[in-house]
Design a protein around this ligand. Structure first.
Ligand code: UD1
Length: 344
């Protein structure tokens, strides 16, 4: 065993895939999750893939006493990966307090615990949303941070700043901040995947749920953007690839290889794919016809953004490997599995 890693939000979409990769790499995992946007089923899925059961605490990171108990009971935690957060952009505009409370308090509590329990390393889940509408693509880590478009986006920016301030204060804390582009797909085993509560806000779960008949029609938000086919362009990154970057980040910190106490990496493929292209790819690999219509733009959407992942490629030693066709097929297989199990 390489040591114990605490994964907050570990039953969620990206969290569960990361737990699998950590276990595959020889780490022991402790999960904290309040199951507000996931279910315990993902623990079964993780176990079926890796043959190992992670330690699981169902609790909210906002509860400092409970959090303290986790650190008391797991004195050998060597690093933390902090996924737990609310992430619906629209909801954050409606309920800003909820977003600020959840997303800021949980990080503050973890940083507090890290100092009390002498845990030095934290990987933080950030987002390309911090760049806003890029002046140019691909976008690298030195690009300016733009004013956030939503309270959700603002919590990512503020959390990055909080981490920098703690490190600047001289605390014995190191961090790798990972800025995700658009994570999609599922584990090839179809044992774990994305399962949003209610109506999906993100494109790919909406596509697969429409294709299987849970949703009647997908709305494509806008075809009048300044892009080759008029629809928005994103950097869709396979979730297993993304999960593996977290293992590299933890390895790097535990080996004390980091050049600075806070490092930032973009996690993307480096390729832009449009919404209409993605639909096309999905139809091809799933051999289904998707019912969709073009509607007006969605407020707050960015026209086009894709990553310059060179820093992650060279410094972190991580490169996205999966192609978009296999990735979309994995999302479809996961949806079919949910149907088979009667979940959706
Ligand atoms: C959004 C957030 C991002 C956040 C992520 C996680 C912004 C600008 N980005 O990414 O910060 O980390 O969600 O939840 O707020 N689309 C449709 N029809 C749909 C759904 C989406 O056409 O039913 C289009 C969108 O207009 C967009 C693309 O698909 O162009 C991707 O949308 P989505 O999956 O929601 O991700 P982002 O908006 O890129």
């Amino acid at each position: 065993m390489k040591g114990k890693i605490l994964v907050t939000g570990g039953t969620g979409y990206i969290g569960s895939h990361t737990v699998v990769e950590l276990q595959n790499a020889g780490y022991e995992v402790v999960i904290i999750d309040d199951l507000s946007n996931s279910t315990k089923d993902s623990i079964g899925g993780i176990e079926r893939i890796t043959g190992q059961k992670p330690i699981f605490y169902q609790m909210d990171c906002n509860d400092l006493n409970e959090l303290n108990r986790v650190f008391e009971e797991n004195k050998d935690i060597r690093g933390i990966i902090h996924f737990a957060a609310s992430k619906a952009v629209g909801e954050s505009v409606q309920k800003p307090l909820l977003y600020y409370r959840n997303n800021l308090n949980s990080l503050l509590n973890l940083l507090d615990m890290m100092q009390q329990h002498a845990v030095e390393n934290i990987v933080f889940s950030s987002s390309c949303t911090v760049y806003g509408e890029p002046d140019q693509n691909p976008i690298d880590e030195t690009a300016p941070i733009k004013p956030a478009e939503s309270p959700y986006g603002n919590t990512k920016q503020i959390n990055e700043e909080i981490i920098r301030d703690i490190v600047r204060s001289g605390a014995n804390v190191r961090s790798i901040i990972l800025r995700y582009f658009n994570p999609v797909g599922a584990h090839p085993s179809a044992e774990i995947g994305e399962l949003p509560n209610g109506v999906p806000q993100n494109l790919v779960p909406f596509i697969t749920q429409t294709a299987i008949g849970v949703r009647e029609q997908l709305s494509v938000f806008g075809d009048d953007y300044n892009t080759p086919d008029g629809s928005c362009v994103r950097d869709f990154i396979n979730v297993v690839d993304l999960a593996k970057a977290h293992v590299e980040a933890i390895d790097r910190m535990l080996a004390k290889k980091a050049d600075e106490k806070v490092e930032v990496f973009n996690l993307g493929t480096g390729n832009g794919v449009s919404v209409l292209q993605l639909i096309n790819i999905f139809e091809k690999v799933s051999e289904t016809k998707l019912n969709y219509k073009i509607v007006g733009r969605r407020e707050g959407d960015i026209e086009k953004i894709w990553a310059e992942p060179k820093k992650a490629n060279t410094v972190l030693g991580w490169t996205a490997k999966e192609n978009i066709e296999d990735t979309m097929l994995s999302a479809w297989k996961w949806q079919l599995k949910l149907r088979e199990k009667g979940i959706m």
